[in-house]
Write a protein that binds this ligand. Sequence first.
Ligand SMILES: [Zn+2]
Length: 302
Amino acid sequence: MNFEVVFLGTGAAVPSKTRGTTSQFVDIHGHTYLIDAGEGVQMAMRREGLRFQKLKGIFISHMHGDHVLGLPGLLSTMSLLGRRSPLNVWGPPVLESWLGETWRMIGAHHTFDILHHAWSPKDVVCLEMGNRHRLVSFPVKHRVDCCGLRIEEHSLPWTLQKGHPLFASLTHEERRRLKSGEAISRGGSALQPDMCCDPPPKARAYVYSADTRPSQRVKDQAEGAEVLYHDATFETSDAARAESTYHSTAAEAGRLASQAKVGTLVLGHISQRYKSTDALLAEARSYHGHVLVAEDGMKLSL
Ligand SMILES: [Zn+2]
């Protein structure tokens, strides 16, 4: 089952020649979501050949321009191209009225419904999809109200062993129950899933920290995740600036990833002040064994 993240914009507030502002595309089991929509998100999606008309939802972490200014343009284009299916948009409470005012000022007409869901400053399940994955938002520590996002698999199915002697005789309902991990009754005794099925694969999780200081909430949500994308705006030499602007250094991201025992740490929200990311990488690697620096257009399969 596919689970992939495409990093569309990996820079901090000011875009550079090589890094756009924040946006990510996530495909989990064929369901696609956008996390944040910085300016330039439409062209970035075009470059990567990603279909935005199929998006199930867009999650906006906070109301800073580098995370939200691409959203009105993207939604407008969806209408110009004739989208009909409703679109979930999760974001700060003020997002709906901000967009509403924008539509009113430019006289926009939409061909589809935008389903607004205001997140609140606590851990919230935004969406359970197909009973196989969910989106969970959680508050982080930024200058303004801001939420990170955990996208995780759950309740993955057991796989029936086709060579098992009972395979051909199982009814549709019996197959459904075994795949769900439930026992069925056979010959007066219980047939457990592990007697005729292969166990489900380990559920995977992708965690997006959003813009944040290192925080216990991020650490809790990142616990055991395959991939954590963490704010690493600054080098340690700029630690005071990281603190005053409510961002993180690469070393802080590395330390948190190590404490949370994540698989891969991806450093993101990279300041355009650094000509090279070598120091960011080295700082994070001094705490965590597997670290990547996000690049625009980079794809990662979980
Ligand atoms: Zn930002």
